[in-house]
Design a protein around this ligand. Structure first.
Ligand SMILES: C=C(O[C@@H]1C=C(C(=O)O)C=C[C@H]1O)C(=O)O
Length: 116
């Protein structure tokens, strides 16, 4: 496997103005960030697997794709969790809204396909 901290002689030539010899602490933090990003992608994939199943259930039951009441509860809960953990609650709410908008788009597509 490629060494992420490869010295400039082992790595591709750096683009002009791009430093290759990053300080070890920065390299370590970036490895941690990469691990966290990977976890986020896996978590999102699992969330979308669950919401796809919800979309199918809703289409079968004739329920609407969006549930604003449920979303209100989630916003309140996530804002509290964000505050407790030192994350900006406005960002947490925006992030949830971004994800939920995509889920609703999927649910609308599932409902359309189910109606035929
Ligand atoms: C997943 C659902 O469908 C929609 C998407 C939600 C979500 O992604 O969390 C929440 C509410 C609904 O607007 C649901 O009703 O539970």
């Amino acid at each position: 496997m490629a060494d992420p901290d490869a010295t400039p002689t082992q790595a591709r030539p750096a683009r002009p103005g791009v430093r290759r010899d990053v300080p070890p602490e920065l390299a370590a933090l970036r490895r941690s960030i990469d691990n966290i990003d990977a976890a986020l992608i896996h978590l999102l994939a699992e969330r979308f697997k669950a919401t796809q199943k919800v979309g199918i259930l809703k289409a079968e039951e004739g329920l609407p794709p969006a549930d604003p009441g449920r979303e209100e509860q989630q916003i309140e809960r996530l804002r509290d969790l964000a505050l407790d953990s030192g994350l900006d609650p406005v960002f947490a709410e925006k992030f949830l809204a971004f994800v939920v908008a995509e889920v609703i788009r999927h649910h609308e597509a599932i409902a359309d396909a189910t109606r035929g």
